[in-house]
Design a binder for this molecule. Sequence first.
Ligand code: SF4
Length: 377
Amino acid sequence: MQSLKSKKTPDCFSWMLTEKMIYPIFLPHAGCPFQCVYCNQRVVASYAHSESDILEYVESGLRDYSSQVHKSGRAGEIAFFSGTFTALPPALIESILAFVSIAVKQGIFTTVRFSTRPDCLDDDVMDLLSKYPIGTVELGVQSLSDHVLQKSGRGYSASSVYSAAKRVRDRGWKLGFQLMAGLPGDTRELFIESMRKTIEIQPDFVRIHPTLVLEGTALAESFREGIYAPLSLDEAVDWLAPAYDLATTAGISVIRMGLQSDPALEKPGVIVAGPYHPAFGYLVKCRSWRDRIDRHFASLSEISGAEMVLLVSPNQVSDVIGHRKSNLLHWKARWGVSVKVAGDAGLKAVDFLFSYKDAKTKEKAALSTRIRTVKSE
Ligand code: SF4
């Protein structure tokens, strides 16, 4: 039996302990009806165990987290990830949640969070869950294209996603979507359409991951046989930038893009192919800002040679400048415009304000006081 004392939380999830106060327990592939073609949670989550010792493992994890919370005084959500929580045997779900409920009543945890498949939330399990303090459900949606879902062998259609989302909403729980880009059968258009449909459903947050080819998966075999080709890093950034733009403009929080760097994931041979980058989310945010400002410049006339100050929310400055000033260099090369970026605490994350250093013409002066909200694709 592994203990969370001896197996610390994988680095790729350490942000949960600091920013969101989510205490994760990883149950790789537990409850999953089959192994999805792209998925190998055993390498991503760093360790594995059999279903038979899940309860003991969970109890051990809860005890460890309880003692952490007693010391820190920081209660948070207890979360079950890396498997299909609601497809575990009902008696096991009940045992886990009964144990968790005691800790919730004691104020150690706020609520329960778990990830599951959209086709694993039937009436029986929803009734079972409703007896316990569930707070957040993360649905592994992956795509809202039936073509992509079928080609990827997910075993459900988009209609299951709509139904599951409604069930979660009806119970008053927070709803999260996980989407993937570059699955078998996917195209940029289908992926962006999935994001548009996601926005119509209005989850509270999304995670978006480019598809990686991991060792020990069917996708790795397809890749070796030349049947499947992953996105390049540049393609993945190009697909996700407009999706990120759409989500944030619609007020949907994007809590992660790409798998965060982790020693287990980065071991030689684990990632066979695909657009992995330790700062993938940052690259996407930078591209998103580049594209936003490109669209703005395309709507203007006579901007070549201008010197502009671009004001954005302070927490956006680094993303706007780009990796190694890539966006500043891009705007200079493409539009002949010199841009300086500064923070303005009065602006929202999706707003920007331009002023011209040499505001001589009427048109430029008018633009200098105009706040433009992002226009998405
Ligand atoms: S993608 Fe989700 S449902 Fe599929 S094997 Fe992985 S954890 Fe299980």
